[in-house]
Design a binder for this molecule. Structure first.
Ligand SMILES: [Zn+2]
Length: 349
């Protein structure tokens, strides 16, 4: 009978830990909670991490933010490592043949998976060039609104949300267009359309949308999308000697739009980080939630449209429950009423 070990379970939603019992079973590990519930995590579903050689191991289950179980018990650790990493002997004879067969798969699958790691090595200066290129391709004739008072108010809002040690120098533009939308480009360019400004009931609501876009920049989501696409198509083009046509082919309309099309996981990351940013800067996140509800009633042809996402109601629900974890929160309006009025009129010169 498998030995039971003690572990600490974190549900991924709060910092509280819960005592559990954990043991090896054929499929993976069996977890018993204090209230009698039991779950089996399949070995194929969780990731194994260890920060220090002799420290506890961590089993991570699910995507951002994952459920975690920490286990100190060395015999459990040994058993788990053997289970996950041992290679059946009969396979060794086939190793060479497999290596030959899987090389194309490694190029095809591993590089996209490694994009999340590689993205941190892309210099900000390169991200800026990409962002400038994309924004000028998408909106070459855009009219940027900048009445003096409106611009000052917008700068004040951006400054309130920007960390002092931020890697990015955010360049936020209001574009004179009815689109109810906003999006962020790699490197720090953010476009807000007049339509979005007019639909916003409050400065704090706009700050919420802005915080979300700033987090797409800070978390390098657009750059990550580029890397994933280079991995899938660009590398093969370059390997086959089509380097000359690479840039032209890569930056076609479809590719540019897909840079701004984020997965649900990236949207959740941006939402969570935006909420934390707002709380940290004493801006009321419930106004962001209200704004999402308003945006969900509008459609847009651009990819970074809250409304176009089928999961918007669950995103709103998720934000509400995250915000409930901040009972001590006190807000301080991001702009005075007068400054908010001047920002709403930024396109009127
Ligand atoms: Zn987004």
């Amino acid at each position: 009978m498998a030995v039971k070990s003690k572990g600490n379970y974190f549900d991924g939603k709060s910092a509280a830990s819960h005592k559990v019992e954990i043991q090896h079973v054929t499929e993976g590990v069996l977890i018993k909670f204090a209230d009698g519930r039991m779950r089996v995590w399949c070995s194929c579903d969780f990731r194994l991490k260890q920060d220090r050689p002799k420290g506890p191991i961590r089993l991570e289950y699910g995507e951002f933010t994952p459920e975690i179980i920490e286990v100190e018990d060395l015999s459990f650790q040994r058993g788990l490592k053997e289970k996950l990493f041992k290679r059946p002997k009969y396979l060794s004879n086939w190793l060479t043949l497999l290596a030959v067969l899987i090389i194309p798969s490694i190029i095809f699958w591993f590089i996209p998976l490694a994009s999340g790691w590689l993205v941190h090595f892309v210099p900000v200066s390169v991200e800026k060039q990409l962002g400038n290129y994309v924004v000028n391709e998408l909106f070459p004739d855009r009219r940027i609104c900048q009445s003096d008072e409106g611009r000052k108010s917008l700068d004040e809002m951006v400054m309130r949300l920007t960390a002092k040690d931020s890697t990015y120098n955010f360049k936020v533009e209001v574009v004179d267009s009815d689109l109810v939308n906003a999006f962020a480009l790699p490197g720090g360019n953010i476009l807000i359309f007049r339509g979005l400004l007019e639909k916003n009931p409050s400065a704090d609501g706009l700050a919420g949308v802005l915080a979300h876009e700033m987090q797409h920049v800070a978390l390098r989501h657009g750059t990550l999308n580029i890397l994933r696409q280079i991995a899938l198509s660009g590398i093969f083009k370059l390997l086959s000697g089509e380097a000359g046509s690479f840039a032209k082919t890569y930056f076609d309309w479809v590719h540019i739009l897909s840079i701004l099309k984020y997965t649900r996981q990236l949207e959740d990351e941006a939402d969570t980080s935006a909420l934390m940013l707002l709380v940290k800067n004493k801006v009321d996140p419930s106004e962001m939630i209200k704004m999402y509800q308003i945006l969900s009633k509008h459609s847009s042809s651009l990819p970074e449209a809250v409304s176009s996402h089928p999961d918007i109601s669950s995103r709103i629900g998720r934000l509400k429950s995250l915000f409930q974890n901040e009972p001590e929160f006190e807000s301080n309006n991001v702009l005075t009423k007068k400054k908010w009025e001047s920002l709403k009129k930024i396109c009127q010169i």
